[in-house]
Design a protein around this ligand. Structure first.
Ligand SMILES: Cc1cc2nc3c(=O)[nH]c(=O)nc-3n(C[C@H](O)[C@H](O)[C@H](O)COP(=O)(O)OP(=O)(O)OC[C@H]3O[C@@H](n4cnc5c(N)ncnc54)[C@H](O)[C@@H]3O)c2cc1C
Length: 170
């Protein structure tokens, strides 16, 4: 960090929210400094974060989630940030849950968000580790992604530094 440098934005905390705010400000050509109290980000984003699944949200939040997936994939096309687009799966274990998955499928179809209903056999053949007796049907969202957060957070930090000019003070 250059002590004479002036910044448009100073962000406290180098977890996924700090990095996301930095990314969007940098895209707008802002000069950004990120302050992280540890020698690398240490919080929830390293311990818990990982599923990037807009299907878990409704309406406006699903829109934000889908736009967020696009940003992750755009960055992943430029640098290895340990993101994988393997889709996500919801498994039903009884008739009531099957009905719920069918409703979720309908809602997402009307939102133009791809999802596929799977029979129990299709689900088990794709995911042999799923318990046969438990799985009665499933709903698969092919566009969803996951992050290996312990790798993604440092890799994303490095991407922002190298490619977009972020300054970080650990
Ligand atoms: C069990 C569990 C599972 C979850 N699974 C998911 C999931 O699958 N997908 C998902 O999207 N979300 C998930 N979440 C939520 C997600 O983990 C959090 O919303 C997200 O990580 C919060 O990010 P953050 O940047 O706000 O905080 P953090 O990741 O906690 O980052 C805060 C950073 O700020 C630093 N800091 C704190 N104070 C200061 C200071 N004074 N000066 C400088 N630095 C400071 C800390 O060292 C830390 O690195 C999950 C949460 C839990 C609890």
């Amino acid at each position: 960090m250059n002590s004479m440098q002036k910044y448009d934005l100073i962000i406290v905390g180098g977890g996924i929210l700090g990095l996301s705010h930095a990314y969007h400000a940098l895209l707008k050509k802002k000069k950004v400094l990120l302050l992280e109290k540890n020698s690398q980000a240490m919080g929830a984003s390293i311990r818990n974060f990982g599923q990037i699944v807009p299907s878990g949200f409704s309406a406006i939040w699903q829109g934000y989630g889908r736009s967020s997936v696009k940003h992750y994939l755009d960055i992943a096309s430029q640098a290895d940030i340990a993101i994988r687009q393997e889709g996500s799966i919801y498994i039903a274990s009884d008739d009531q849950e099957i009905q719920l998955l069918e409703e979720l499928h309908q809602i997402n179809q009307s939102n133009d968000y791809p999802s596929h209903l799977l029979t129990a056999e299709e689900c088990i053949s794709r995911y042999p580790n799923v318990t046969k007796q438990y799985c009665k049907a499933a709903l698969f969202f092919p566009e969803e992604i996951n992050a290996d957060s312990q790798k993604t957070i440092p890799a994303l930090t490095l991407f922002l530094i190298k490619n977009l000019g972020l300054d970080v003070d650990f």
